[in-house]
Ligand binder design. Structure first.
Ligand code: XMP
Length: 325
């Protein structure tokens, strides 16, 4: 029978067998897959592993810091932190179109990945958090037609433009390829990943950048990050996190009139998106208590400068999508 303990033991043995004395690169994303992967590889091959974390600047408030702290203090796994915030932001200067944002973020990700892997390398292998459903869905994309070997053609970074340049074709090591997501969660839990990572809601690769409608600027990122933090805190405090598929804030580019104290305000609205779903393909807006909506609304308007109104999105998917972009 399958247990997490035997899985961990066997994959460590398998990784050692495959990798030998070669070097492996792994891109951490902050999710359960890449975190579990990093743990297994580090236990298997230690310093032959390089974990790289590219900070695009679009994660939630405090997330990059928490991830680095976890790896440093709890796992004692060294992480190469790449602060690419300014580069990504510069790419989005003046860009409002959702697909163009995604395209630019994806390309920038590949550029940074390429530069950093050359700087830190050379590496023979790329570790990927490929899961069983990915293997069946994209059966052949990573197989070299000549040798039949699995090689990295794309990086699993949740950016659709993940094509790697030809001179960067690593061999793949994919210890999670036989697991389903719920099995990865079990393994993750068994090795001591915090619930916060194990049961983290899905978070899009382009992150907060596609939750800022219109142009992404440093100022608007700060507004959204602060509003999003309030949402996360209250959803957790009221213990509805695990009932929801996703819960987040969206920042709109229009402004509306409000009044605070005896002053007229003219500021941005925040949209609350609280979603229930089984698989993300269809979704419904969550029937959370009005009291919770009220608390979130009051806190955001009072605490987040630049916001004077909160609206609740009551559109299901279809016809809406979960994200606004
Ligand atoms: P939609 O908005 O299409 O979202 O209903 C369905 C699920 O996909 C996530 N999503 C993305 N994930 N890169 C990602 O990695 C993206 O560009 C992207 N766009 C949407 C979304 O958060 C939801 O879970």
């Amino acid at each position: 029978t399958w247990t997490t303990a035997t899985f961990v033991e066997e994959s460590i043995r398998e990784i050692r067998g495959v990798v030998g004395d070669k070097r492996v690169l792994l891109a951490l994303s902050g999710g359960v897959d890449s975190s579990t992967l990093a743990f297994l590889l580090y236990r298997a091959i230690g310093e032959q592993l390089t974990c790289m974390f590219i900070d695009q600047g679009f994660m939630r408030k405090g997330e990059p810091e928490r991830l680095l702290k976890l790896f440093k203090e709890q796992f004692h796994i060294p992480v190469e932190y790449v602060n690419a915030r300014d580069r990504f932001l510069a790419q989005l200067n003046g860009i409002a179109d959702p697909e163009e944002k995604r395209r630019r973020i994806g390309h920038e990700f590949i550029s940074v990945f390429e530069e950093e892997s050359k700087r830190l390398g050379p590496f023979d292998y790329l570790a990927q958090g490929t899961l069983y459903p990915d293997v069946i869905e994209s059966a052949d994309t990573n197989v070299d037609p000549k040798t039949g070997e699995r090689v990295a053609v794309k990086i699993k970074s949740h950016h659709n433009v993940g094509g790697l340049p030809k001179d960067l074709r690593f061999k793949l090591v994919e210890p999670l390829r036989k697991l389903f997501k719920d099995e990865v969660r079990k393994v993750g839990r068994s090795i001591g990943l915090p619930e916060e990572i194990v049961r983290r809601h899905p978070f899009p690769g382009p992150g907060l950048a596609i939750r800022i409608i219109g142009e992404v600027t440093a100022e608007r990122l700060n507004i959204l990050r602060d509003a999003d933090l309030v949402v996360r805190q209250e959803i957790n405090r009221h213990e509805v996190y695990h009932d929801l598929w996703q819960a987040f804030a969206v920042l709109l580019p229009v402004r509306s009139v409000g009044v605070m104290g005896d002053k007229r305000t003219y500021a941005y609205p925040i949209v609350l998106r609280l979603i229930t779903s089984e698989d993300g393909m269809t979704a419904d807006w969550a029937r959370v208590p009005y009291d919770l909506l009220e608390i979130i609304s009051n806190r955001i308007v009072n605490e987040v400068k630049g916001v004077n109104r909160v609206v609740y999105d009551i559109t299901s998917k279809p016809p809406g999508t979960i994200e606004w972009e």
